[in-house]
Ligand binder design. Sequence first.
Ligand SMILES: C[C@@H](O)C(=O)SC[C@H](NC(=O)CC[C@H](N)C(=O)O)C(=O)NCC(=O)O
Ligand code: NI
Length: 125
Amino acid sequence: MAELIHTCYRIGEIDRSVAFYEALGFEERRRMDLPDGAINVFMGIPGDGDRLELTWNPGVESYDLGTGYNHIALTVPDLQGTLDELGGRGISPEKPPYRVGGGSGSLICFVRDPDGYRIELIERP
Ligand SMILES: C[C@@H](O)C(=O)SC[C@H](NC(=O)CC[C@H](N)C(=O)O)C(=O)NCC(=O)O
Ligand code: NI
């Protein structure tokens, strides 16, 4: 049976991405030097695996994210508290938290990481 172990995307600067994901509760696990001079930075939530593989390429400061990528989703215990933490770093949600369909679903919102990748934040029930 397959197991989803990480998601990988390319980033333009390591420190700002590490700081962003640390604000979301991730910790940096390790860095992997690659033959072409690139660096993979692996991050994970304490107690979980290295779920994010952030690839930095020398000399590449930004990427065309195209129209294919939508988001990755994280659950957080306190959505407003997380937004307050991100707000202190100048990061705001695309729009205020809402419940999908306006119903009794989970409270969610979307923020963008330093490279523009959308991150869905879902308040843990
Ligand atoms: C460790 C394992 O989980 C990997 O995914 S490493 C795969 C490796 N990645 C790179 O070389 C990244 C640097 C490269 N310049 C890039 O930006 O892709 C690899 O073999 N990549 C080849 C590929 O086609 O992704
Ligand atoms: Ni990988």
